[in-house]
Every structure is written in structure tokens, then in C-alpha cells.
Design a protein around this ligand. Sequence first.
Ligand code: ADP
Length: 395
Amino acid sequence: MSAVLVINSGSSSFKYQLIDMATETELASGLVERIGEASGHARHNAAGSDRVEQTLPIPDHTAGFAVMLAAFAATGPQLSTANLVAVGHRVVQGGSIFQGPTVIDDEVLAQISALSDLAPLHNPAHVQGINAARAQFPDVPHVAVFDTSFHQTMPASAYTYAIDTALAAEYGIRRYGAHGSSHKFVSEAVAEFLDRPLAELKTIVLHLGNGASACAVDGGVSIDTSMGLTPLQGLVMGTRSGDIDPAVLFHLHRKAGMSIEELDVLLNKKSGMLGMTGNGDMRDVEDAAIAGDAVAQAALDVYYHRIRGYVGNYIAQLGGLDVIVFTAGIGENSGIIRAGALAGLEFLGIEIDPAKNDPFSRVARVISTDDSKVTVLVIPTNEELEIARQTLAVI
Ligand code: ADP
């Protein structure tokens, strides 16, 4: 048996999962949050044991890792016997430097830190988490797995913004995309599920969670994705606007006197479903629309319109289409949203079967009709497992 510990660290929290790589199953998972606040919180779930919750002060990430280690020691599994072979760290932004998973040394850590300009909320937090984890687990390799690397295969025509070339080069302005671990995991799972060679498949992955992105995958390779320099671009999300005319910002600055900081908060935190309906949680928006709320329905129509636009775009970029696959919180759980997003595309050979789409299920499944030219699937994503696989592959 060998195990990989996957860490996803934010500025005041981190999530972890210990995965047995022989069976690719979760041995334990948990969350340490409210780091640096007066009272912190930690949760640990070990397979086969009751969940353990603690409230205690957690001054910094190093203290957070000590809390995690104590939880492993108290409730198991025992890390000393788990044969931990590596720690895999999720890193949001790898810029154009990191094309794949990378074993972390001081130079790599400095590069991740230097990319903070492109991901100011995420990369500094990852560096804190990595430093604390390296101190706790000094004897195993630590690997960075980047959300952006899967999209490094995009052609320049897809990742280039049509602005001054020198300015773009100086400031690293281009499309990087995100959700790469999910898009990679799910597009590979499609080939396995259908028992068809990955190299033959043209797939559109719709990762619809709080954050949402679409990806055009040709033969296992990302050729286009909807997120851009940052995760703000593309689909309508829980609190992010997705695509918008940049001139809206100039207009709001000049006419409403909004500052750059206010506009940043507006588009990232107060837009999307939240901005349009007052509620960023898709379950609530869906329930309201079902109950006849016209505002909620109008917002869903915007959400669907945007997805259909990307589906059409990516069919053109791929030069055909075999599979559309839904994943993440909304994509996996909401038959209503899946049906709404693809409604009207029957003329393209995209036909959802309500008898397969409507029932709730947690497993990978086909939801298109037997006659549908394009196979429509739902496949649960597993970003932690993908990070663990890539970690193991590189050590
Ligand atoms: P994150 O991007 O934070 O990882 P998730 O992938 O967990 O997000 O997705 C969270 C979103 O999924 C929320 O908007 C939530 O309302 C939505 N969601 C979960 N279950 C359902 C459901 N049954 N119907 C509609 N939306 C759902």
C-alpha cells in the first residue's frame, strides 16, 4: 500500500485528503479553517470512524498542520503505517512556466510565489500551506499540481488576447484557464466510461460548480477553455459575472465613481447568479424559478444562454463533437439545469433523454437518447484523486 496526501490550501484554511493509491480510495479527509481568527475550526473524517470536530485557536498554517497531525494520530489512519509516499499540493496559477506536475524545491516555491501577481488570492496562500506542510513532512517529496497546466496545450490563437503584444508579454497577459485537474480527470473518465480511445474523442466538459468553466478537449488535449487570465472570464457563476464587455468597467468608473477595488469585488463577488437574483446558491435559484419567480427564471435563462454559446463555439473549434459531459456541484446534481443548458440543440444531434436525466444519481451515466449523435454524460469529478495521480506520476 502507498498513500498520497493531497493539500488544497487557502489563505485562512486548508482541505486535505489521504488517498490509497493502490485502490484509489479515500482513507481520510478533513478541513482546517478560520486560521488566524480568534477561534479556529477543524474537522477530520477517517474511513470507518465518526467525524471529529474541534474548535480551538489556530494561529497559522503551521499550527493548522499540527492540528491535522493530531487528528490523524487520535482517530487514524496512522500516518506512520500508511506508507505516505508524497504530498500533492493544488496550486491555482502556474503561468506559462509549469506545463505539468512539478516536484517542489526552493526554486519552484519562489516561482509559485512570483506568480502571485496573476493569482493574488491563491498563490500566496499556497506558498504558506506548502511551507507548513514541508516542515511537517520533511522526508517525502512535495509536488505542485497546477489548475492551469492542462490548458498549456491551447494554441496561441486560443490563448492570445488581441491587445498590444509587448504589453501582453511584459505582464503575462493571456488566457491560462483553470479547473484543469477536473477537466483532465473528467475527459479521461469519458474515454474509460465509453471504452473508446481518448485520442479519438472530441469532448466538451462543462464544469458547473460555484465556479464554472467549459473546456474543449480534442483527443485528451485542452484546445480551448472559458476561463481566462483569471477565473473571472467565461460562464455565468455563483458570484462571478463571466464574460462582460470590459467597457462596462470604464463606464461604471466614470459614471458611478466606482474604484478598481470596488469593480473587482463587484465582478468577482457580487455578480453572476448572486448579482442577478440576490442568491448565489443554484439550489435556491432553481427552487425559486420552479415556484414561479420570474427574476430567478430570467437569471437561469442568462446562465443557459452563455453555456449554449460556448457549446456552439467549441463545436466549431473542435471541428465536430462526440461527447458533452457535465460535472461538479450543479452539473452532477441538477437535471433541470442540464436540460435547460442544452435545450434547443437537438438540430446539432444533442438530445437529452428525460428518463435518464431526471433521476438523481451519484454515478457516471449517459443522459442522452439512444439516437443522439452526441453522447451526453454526467461524470462526478474528483480533483483530489487527479492531484494524487499526477503527484505519484512525477515522483
Ligand atoms: P465549488 O466550485 O465551490 O467546488 P461545487 O462544485 O461544490 O462548488 O458546486 C456548488 C454549487 O452546486 C452550488 O451553487 C450548489 O447550489 C450547487 N448544487 C449542489 N446540488 C445541487 C442541486 N441538487 N441542484 C442545483 N444545484 C446544486
